[in-house]
Design a protein around this ligand. Structure first.
Ligand SMILES: Nc1ncnc2c1ncn2[C@@H]1O[C@H](COP(=O)(O)OP(=O)(O)OP(=O)(O)O)[C@@H](O)[C@H]1O
Ligand SMILES: CC(=O)C(=O)O
Ligand SMILES: [K+]
Ligand SMILES: [Mg+2]
Length: 576
């Protein structure tokens, strides 16, 4: 199909020498209202520029159809935190890295949830390993209630238990294993809490699978035991690396220093309990389902068909947790099949040598960016803050590195679920993200990451090219913001993938798409009904955002739309 492009300068400001791209920033600073439209296929490409006296700009706006209302009216939805941040700091310095908080006993109350929401939590995660469905239902409903009543836009992620081996509940919230202590790991069913120094294990084959001499790792090696005897359903172990035992902690075992994996192959990635949890998640309308211990792309495809059949049009994103050797082997296929990925460093560090985890993280983050899937870096980012009010310098360096790698999101686990300082931990993530992002921009480190074409259709290819060009234009012109009108969020994600210097305002008519966009780097999602008349959309958006003090006349905006597949460069006009 031939694309014909026409360039028409509709009006040239006196003395400006025309509307060349390099002149655009000067034109703007010189008080010139300038707009250009590049439209592929359905419209000619044209650029117009005018001086910014009110009358002239009004004339240009009128020529753009700005004065005609197309009948769509109503409000724009933006969350309370974003609005406050935009007003306070101006939108250039809004946070680009998104934050996920695991909700547990320390944060499940309405007030605590609100403190996290107002502290910048973009996604609340509930881990189905812990608590019962009633508990999780209550948390999800509280988050929704806060969204509805207080104007937050926190998305909900449900994380499946998976069928890996883990410990059962403990008589209290934690127990300490000391060096040389003898503990019994048992597959017996205990009706009440197990006796002292005894831990129940969820997998019936456990006692058969382990051998005397094996090393048993709790939580990826936070505590270690040596198997010293097997007596029927009981496995007696001696503690070799002391530490804290937490309820439902994951168990792995090593034989001659190597991970024992046979049993993994026997168990399904999604257990029968997980399927019930997934039904629960669909019924509660969660935004993301994170699948633990993914081994292949098939399981993701299967789950996505299942969700499509059951969720009646509502769209739930499936996040693949990369936390096993198998998932690393099939990484690209898994990420292609999923809607996003999580670098689940906790369990990953139990399956591969710890010193390999940073490389795996980097590889996963890069690949997700290439394939345009949001990626979350998770586990132990601020582990010491479970207990202490300030992080270690090493933890801050770790968070900085994830931000520098431009991961879409960072996640708190125990720090927010059961720690002493959930809000402080969140504020550390927020402050470090802001600082490192600012540093990155000051250094003007435009990414050298090569973004391969990923579209499977011509139209998809056009969207991709438009977003790549728009992001580049925004960087080169020093634009204040990118605007993207995106029905399902796809164009929004393509822009996010470019990691441009300016923030991306994403307008979508869908409440669910808006919440999902919350997981993606640099996107500020708004809900807005819009028409296929871009000029009118822009006029409305400008007036709605200007009225709320979120943009100002004179700001340079690059607008992209998925309906027209167009790019427009426009200066926010003065109020009429
Ligand atoms: N709903 C909950 N109820 C009680 N404790 C919880 C809950 N959610 C989390 N926790 C506590 O917080 C700790 C960290 O939570 P998180 O969900 O990140 O566990 P994890 O073991 O790292 O994740 P995963 O099980 O997915 O590998 C858990 O070990 C548990 O002690
Ligand atoms: C988050 C998670 O599942 C892990 O790190 O293992
Ligand atoms: K889990
Ligand atoms: Mg895990």
């Amino acid at each position: 199909m031939a694309l014909s492009l026409h360039l028409v300068a509709s009006k040239t400001p006196a003395g400006s020498g025309g509307g060349s791209r390099l002149l655009l920033p000067q034109l703007r600073r010189g008080g010139i209202t300038l707009s250009s439209v590049i439209s592929l296929r359905r419209r000619p490409f044209w650029i117009s520029a005018s001086s910014s006296s009110d009358r002239d700009s009004t004339a240009v706006l009128a020529s753009l159809g700005y004065s005609s209302d197309n009948g769509i009216s109503g409000m724009i939805d933006v969350d309370a935190v974003t609005e406050a941040e935009l007003k306070e700091n101006g939108f250039r310095s809004t946070r680009r890295t998104k934050l996920v908080c695991t909700i547990g006993p320390a944060t499940c109350g309405l007030e605590q949830l609100e403190a996290l929401a107002s502290g910048g939590m973009n996604v609340a995660r509930v881990n189905m390993c812990h608590g019962d469905r009633g508990w999780h239902r209550e948390v999800i409903r509280r988050v929704r209630k806060l969204n509805e009543e207080k104007g937050y836009a926190v998305a909900v992620m449900m994380d499946t238990e998976g069928s890996e081996i883990h410990m059962g509940d403990l008589p209290s919230s934690s127990a300490r294993a000391e060096d040389g202590d003898i503990w019994t790991f048992s597959v017996r069913n205990f009706n009440s809490p197990p006796p002292d120094h005894t831990i129940s294990v969820n997998y019936d084959g456990f006692a058969e699978d382990v051998k005397v001499g094996d090393e048993l790792l709790v939580d990826g090696g936070m505590v270690r035991f040596e198997v010293i005897a097997k007596i029927g359903p009981d496995v007696r172990c001696r503690c070799t690396d002391p530490g804290l035992l937490l309820p439902r902690a994951n168990l792995t075992f090593l034989r001659d220093g190597c991970l024992v994996q046979e049993r993994n192959a026997m168990l399904p990635t999604i257990s029968s309990k997980d399927w019930l949890d997934i039904d629960f998640g669909i019924a509660e309308g969660v935004d993301f389902i994170a699948i633990s211990f993914v081994k292949t792309a098939e399981v993701i495809n299967h789950l996505k068909s299942y969700i499509a059949a059951r969720s009646h049009g509502s769209d739930i994103s499936v996040i693949a947790k990369i936390e096993s050797v198998d998932s690393l082997k099939n990484l690209e296929d898994i990420i292609r099949a999923s809607d996003g990925a999580m670098v689940a460093r906790g369990d990953l560090g139990a399956q591969i040598p710890l010193e390999e985890v940073p490389m795996a993280q980097r590889k996963i983050v890069k690949l997700c960016r290439k394939l345009n899937r949001p990626v979350i870096v998770a586990s132990q980012l601020l582990e010491s803050m479970i207990e202490y009010p300030t992080p270690t310098r090493a933890e801050v360096a770790d968070v900085s590195e994830a931000v520098r790698q431009r991961a879409d999101a960072l996640m708190l686990s125990g720090e927010s679920a059961m720690g002493q300082h959930p809000e402080k931990a969140l504020s550390v993530l927020r402050n470090v993200s802001l600082r490192i992002e600012k540093w990155w921009r000051e250094e003007s480190k435009h990414d050298a990451v090569e973004l391969p074409g990923i579209a499977s259709s011509f139209s998809g290819g056009v969207s991709e090219e438009i977003c790549n060009s728009a992001a580049k234009m925004a960087n080169n012109l020093g634009a204040d913001a990118l605007f993207v009108y995106t029905k399902m969020g796809h164009m929004g994600s393509l822009l996010s993938r470019c990691r441009p210097d300016c923030p991306i305002f994403a307008f979508t008519p869908s409440v669910a798409a808006r919440r999902r966009l919350n997981l993606q780097w640099g996107l500020i999602p708004f809900r807005l009904a819009y028409s296929d008349d871009m000029e009118s959309n822009l006029r409305r958006t400008f007036s709605l955002l200007r009225a709320r003090g979120m943009i100002h006349s004179g700001d340079l905006v690059i607008a992209v739309s998925d309906m027209l597949q167009s790019v427009q460069v426009i200066t926010v006009p003065p109020e009429n």
